[in-house]
Design a protein around this ligand. Sequence first.
Ligand SMILES: Nc1nc2c(ncn2[C@@H]2O[C@H](COP(=O)(O)OP(=O)(O)OP(=O)(O)O)[C@@H](O)[C@H]2O)c(=O)[nH]1
Ligand SMILES: [Mg+2]
Length: 201
Amino acid sequence: MKIKNAYFLKSCVSASQFPSYPFPEFAFLGRSNVGKSSLLNMILGQKDLVKTGSRPGVTQAINFFIANDNSSFVDLPGFGYAKVPAGIRKKFMPLIKSYLEGRENLKVAFLLIDIRRTPGDFEEEILAFLEKNRIPAVITLTKCDKLSGNLKKQRINEIMEAMDIGRDSIFLTSCKTGEGKREILSVVSDFLKHDSPIAES
Ligand SMILES: Nc1nc2c(ncn2[C@@H]2O[C@H](COP(=O)(O)OP(=O)(O)OP(=O)(O)O)[C@@H](O)[C@H]2O)c(=O)[nH]1
Ligand SMILES: [Mg+2]
């Protein structure tokens, strides 16, 4: 599948603002600075479509993008960054949850984890929440260009063990090398063809 065109639709800070359309939707979740916005730029094939930053806390709303006039991609605020003003930070989790709970066309949530980090409470909480709401999750390791060889293998094994999942349940990605783009777009294209959920693991 190729992305022929993609554009920014809307930025939302409350559920009442979420747009409605019949397209299958794909969400990108994860801690602050994990690389959600960068991965979306890589997938959508536009360097600066989604705002990214070297300081965590760049995305402070839920941003909706439309691709190929038939699918939608959603960039969520990152969780767990202390320097975002407390008032805004406190609203992130309820906003993220209200999005996940009520979004009927949401097909898959890609849960991003930096390959160099061990998943913690946030990932556990989100995964439990996704399961409760029957939203398939794909564990997506980011910044894979930062590690190589045995160290990379070791990190993947540690994450598999910490999350009790198999190698097939993990996507490896890098916005620098384009790794993982094909796998993510093949999930999207499966939904466009069949509109059926991927196997849950
Ligand atoms: N080397 C490398 N750096 C990356 C990669 N993805 C993101 N980064 C860098 O990580 C930083 C954060 O990237 P963002 O895409 O803004 O992260 P985010 O998860 O959207 O962050 P918030 O919006 O703050 O939650 C930026 O400096 C990116 O250049 C990657 O695959 N490889
Ligand atoms: Mg962001």
